[in-house]
Design a protein. Structure first.
Length: 265
């Protein structure tokens, strides 16, 4: 009985929802769902200071199929963080019939200033701005890495440890087995565990959305998903289309060879 109970705890601790994040123009939602994807994370705002025009159409497609979906904001620090939040609310998610989990991205120090206090003030404004748009967003989290957070915000900055964390660790392991605490966070809700991949002919990053251990299902985007996946349930399959094309090419070559033989005769 103790062994069974222990295995049950391990299974719960490893549970997660397979997810992808992308800013592709046309995302093949149906294909990705068939491959096992349960949650879609779309970029709602670009570093150029503009709304990502691909976000809303992709959100609409995901929601039409009753799939989990949410947005992340890659800010331009030269802009007004409150206006950025309002822009994403009004032009990306407003009118879709749901409130969303919004992620404020802190990454790549090249696009942030060297003044750490100014960076902190900016992210405060963005988080406050997203929270203020309560008709669009029901929760706000931070998307970052340990390196980027400490470089941009400072290693001693833990003001947002009460928000959920989406972090990157490209160890190709969906569960946060190697999570190193930073910024006051001791656990994460989402992990990007591989990047620069291709799925259903779309460029994507592979993510896993908790619960991992002790995280609440109520934090899932839009409405609770009915199925909880474990790592053994989910692998990104290789595309079959290319194999078919190769077979067709081989058939064509064989036909050409037969024609040549007939001509020789």
């Amino acid at each position: 009985m103790r062994l069974i109970a222990f295995l049950a705890i391990v299974a719960i601790a490893l549970a997660y929802y397979p997810a992808i994040d992308t800013f592709e123009k046309v995302v093949d939602i149906d294909c990705m769902v068939n491959e096992g994807v349960a949650v879609f994370l779309f970029r709602g705002y670009m570093r150029t200071g503009k709304i990502d025009p691909n976000a809303r159409p992709n959100l609409e497609k995901a929601l039409a199929g009753n799939h989990g979906a949410t947005v992340y904001v890659t800010p331009n620090i030269k802009g007004d963080p409150q206006e950025i939040a309002a822009d994403v609310c009004n032009n990306v998610v407003s009118g879709l019939g749901y409130t969303f989990f919004a992620w404020a991205e802190v990454d790549d120090a090249r696009f942030w200033g060297s003044d750490i206090e100014a960076n902190r003030q900016f992210i405060r404004g963005l988080v406050q701005g997203l929270r203020a748009q309560s008709t669009c967003f029901h929760n706000v989290g931070i998307k970052t890495t340990k390196f980027d957070w400490e470089k941009i915000m400072g290693a001693d900055f833990a003001e947002f440890s009460g928000l959920w964390l989406w972090y990157e660790d490209h160890d190709k392991k969906p569960t946060p087995v190697n999570f190193q605490p930073f910024g006051g966070w001791t656990q994460a809700l989402v992990k990007q565990y591989d990047s620069g991949k291709e799925l259903c002919e779309n460029a994507v990053n592979f993510d896993s959305w908790g619960p991992f251990s002790g995280l609440s299902d109520t934090l899932l985007p839009n409405k609770p998903l009915l199925q909880v996946f474990t790592p053994n349930d989910f692998t990104y399959k290789k595309k079959k289309k290319k194999k078919k094309k190769k077979k067709k090419k081989k058939k064509k070559k064989k036909k050409k060879k037969k024609k040549k033989k007939k001509k020789k005769k």
